[in-house]
Design a protein around this ligand. Structure first.
Ligand code: NDP
Length: 505
């Protein structure tokens, strides 16, 4: 047992106005280890609507009073964000262990995940002092100043699958521009998120800037979305939840950005480097047990290379070591919960009932430690009809559908024939073709000759039902900025030509 594990169960408090506290309900909820469900990893406060209101009030006060110069002094914000990045690195081992314990993420992946979160803070720290606006002189000499202001109090709702980076992508740009915030983490990963909140305070975030409430989404999340004290909601999660949030937020014209589900196609043409393509595919298919919005879920393969490509993919898939997340050799861990395991097994049954060919996997793993976790073998179905449930619905697990195509036009049609448009991959030795297809696929990111690259300098976000808005890179700031015009007369005239429309002289 690692030194971090001796502290379990972690006690995850609420953090409101810089103070750690308990829920007004007096209740807690427990998070089990998905790799060993006999172990309680975290005991978190079950926040109530009234706790959420208190957190929103604290964030509102901090914003409206410009607490410690937060909204107007970019140097404070820059320092807090840089320090947070450094503190994440200094605590990397602890953070990776906690992510592993709450998510079931294999330790090699959890370690990379922590490093990526630190990079996001570095990147946005550099932006705090570079929020330039624009100026323009009218022919009259009057001046238009377009300035960037923080959107205000933002409510951030995050998922469990990559708890640190998903949170960092919202928190870092929101703080860089001078917002204050309330953060509601997924109930599967309260401690992973709380650790980050602690580091933000250690880095010098003034009281009330970062508030944190754990508890059920359908209680405290709903309160956050309805509460008029929140100016904007930034949500990552299921498309269904996102639609409900968008409908509710519309009632008071609350700004929203949504990062939702995906059903990523991976298009492989006959002239591809099949070895490189197979490796890229398997990485995208089974990273974090396929519990990733950008996971490769549909392999669209040109018919004349179908057999050879699938052989390579299956052989790499069979070599995946499914095991305990703490082992350095483990490539794939358990699913996050019994619920998720049931969902995945239901999709496997649907695939079998539909008559698709099960090429590998398709079973729950049992015996020894497997009996205490939610382990399902990496699974591939071949000859899948793209219009079936397996071709259309987000499974969020290690189940992949293979479909053949004959010509480029058909590949593009299949790739686009889903309600989602988050990410896609294109493989061809002919760059002109790869670029042509990439331009025609309706997705926020298309990778050519790579998979699941998410540079902080780039973007992340979806077309269609995969979302609204963009995270990461400079575009990630726009989600938290209001552009204001300040217009200053430059004529010095008491009577302007336009006034004569109302005042004769
Ligand atoms: P959910 O939509 O179930 O939950 C996401 C968050 O919303 C959680 O914090 C949850 O709280 C909260 N929530 C639940 N119901 C409500 C509500 N009515 N009002 C407000 N908040 C609510 O998604 P998952 O956590 O299961 O995450 C997986 C999903 O996230 C997948 O569909 C995946 O594709 C998507 N995702 C998208 C990404 C992207 O960038 N596009 C990235 C990562 C994931 P609680 O946990 O308490 O229920």
């Amino acid at each position: 047992m690692s030194p971090v594990e001796t502290q379990m169960p972690f006690r995850c408090p609420l953090v409101i106005n810089g103070e750690e506290g308990s829920s007004s309900s007096g209740k807690q909820f427990q998070r089990e280890n998905p790799a060993d469900n006999r172990v309680t990893v975290t005991s978190a406060e079950e926040g109530t609507a009234s706790d959420m209101r208190a957190a929103i009030d604290a964030a509102r006060r901090a914003f409206d009073t410009n607490a410690e110069g937060w909204t107007t002094n970019h140097k404070i914000r820059e320092r807090v964000l840089y320090r947070t990045g450094e503190l994440i690195r200094a605590n990397a081992e602890r953070l990776a262990a906690i992510v592993r314990l709450e998510v079931g993420m294999p330790i090699r992946q959890a370690t990379g995940h922590v490093a990526a979160a630190a990079d996001i803070f570095d990147f946005y720290a550099g932006y705090a002092g570079k929020l330039y606006g624009e100026s323009f002189f009218q022919p009259s000499g009057s001046m238009i100043n377009l300035i960037k202001e923080p959107m205000g109090v933002v409510g951030l709702i995050t998922p469990w699958n990559f708890p640190l980076t998903q949170t960092a992508r919202k928190v870092a740009p929101a703080l860089a521009v001078g917002c204050t915030l309330v953060l509601k983490p997924a109930s599967y990963t309260p401690q992973s998120t709380y650790e980050l909140v602690k580091l933000l305070h250690e880095a010098g975030a003034p009281a009330g800037i970062v508030n944190f409430v754990t508890g059920p989404g359908d209680v405290i999340g709903v309160e956050m979305v309805r509460n008029p004290g929140i100016d904007k909601i930034s949500f990552t999660g299921e498309t269904g939840t996102g639609k409900r949030i968008a409908a509710e937020a519309a009632m008071n014209v609350k700004r929203i950005s949504l990062e939702l589900g995906g059903k990523a196609p991976f298009v492989v043409f006959e002239d591809s480097d099949l070895d490189a393509a197979a490796r890229a595919a398997v990485f995208g298919m089974f990273r974090n047990a396929g519990q990733a919005c950008g996971a490769t879920t549909r392999l669209l393969v040109q018919d004349n290379i179908h057999d050879s490509f699938l052989d390579q993919v299956v052989s790499l898939t069979k070599a995946i070591e499914v095991g305990q997340p703490e082992q350095q050799t483990t490539d794939m861990g358990p699913l996050v919960s019994k619920n998720q395991e049931n969902t995945v097994q239901q999709y496997i049954r649907t695939g079998l009932d539909s008559g698709f060919s099960l090429v590998t996997g398709g079973n729950k793993l049992t015996g020894s430690f497997f009996d205490h976790g939610y382990y399902v073998n990496p699974t591939i179905f071949d000859n899948v009809d793209n219009s079936s449930a397996l071709g259309q619905e987000e499974i969020f697990g290690p189940v992949v559908a293979v479909t053949s195509f004959h010509e480029e036009e058909e590949a593009v049609e299949l790739a686009n024939d889903v309600p989602y448009g988050l990410v896609a991959g294109v493989w061809s030795g002919d760059y002109v073709r790869a670029m042509r297809v990439a331009r025609r696929i309706r997705a926020g990111t298309v990778w050519i000759w790579d998979n699941y690259a998410q540079p902080v300098e780039g973007i992340w976000g979806g077309f269609k039902e995969s979302g609204v808005g963009r995270e990461l890179g400079p575009y990630g700031l726009d989600d938290f900025i209001e552009v204001k015009q300040i217009y200053t007369d430059g004529t010095g005239l008491a009577t302007k030509p336009a006034y004569r429309q109302v005042i004769k002289d």
